[in-house]
Design a protein around this ligand. Sequence first.
Ligand SMILES: O=P(O)(O)O[C@H]1O[C@H](CO)[C@@H](O)[C@H]1O
Ligand code: HPA
Length: 271
Amino acid sequence: HTSQRPKVLVICGSGLGLLADGAANKQTFRYQDIPNFPVSTVEGHEGCLVFGTIENTSCVFMQGHFHLYEGYSLCQVTFPVRIFKLIGVETVLVTNASGAICPDFKVGDIMIIKDHINLPGFAGQHPLCGPNDERFGIRFPCMSDAYSKDLRRLTWDVGNEIGCSDFIREGVYCMVSGPNFETIAEARMLLILGCDSVGMSIVPEVTVAKHCGLRVLGLSLITNMVSLDYSREEKVNHEEVLQISKMRAEVLQKMVTMLISRCQQQSINTH
Ligand SMILES: O=P(O)(O)O[C@H]1O[C@H](CO)[C@@H](O)[C@H]1O
Ligand code: HPA
């Protein structure tokens, strides 16, 4: 149904579907119309695939991704990554919403993901469990460099250029399965473990992307501060998460658009 063959996949997190607005020549397909594709069941995830171009780079945007807490297996959650690998995607830009564990972070910060902790993976909920499909990658993939150093550096440069260096951070994202937000004891445990932010997504997709040799950049929007203190009265909710995502979506869209055009320039220069 499309002649576009994207090189870049952008996965849009909660309330971040607007990231596709920077693309030209758009073609949109609803997940529900694609055979065997999961459908989005969470508010803030439109459930559409948008093909389009940024400068001369062909991209595909997933407006909405899938979560364990929706009842999907990790095989279903990560299925689109392998589809796009087969279509010819080389770079994956994942975005999501997360709560700050690091007390120095502020709501509205954009955290470049330096590394992650796969908490469900520790308990055997891992997308690469089961027979290894050698067509995609090796049995024991290395994850010590899951997030591209070059793309992280480029993100700092782009952030400086568009004047948002004040709210760019770098840190470690921890995935929990959800759907409940953390207890205070859990949040304190995550702080001790070295997590800077926590959310319920993207680690399975990043793991599968890295396994099949894709280059990954992760951007996590800090939508709330996670309570580390029993005296704190504020309570997090999904509406607040979506509200902050909408507030920052325009800046993130500018960043993503510039990053994609710069990536293209870089690959032209290095080939
Ligand atoms: O990770 P994304 O889907 O961006 O969204 C985060 O926000 C939702 C909770 O408000 C959860 O889905 C959590 O993972
Ligand atoms: O505080 C949070 N915890 C888990 N997931 C989240 N997604 C957005 N905020 C949060």
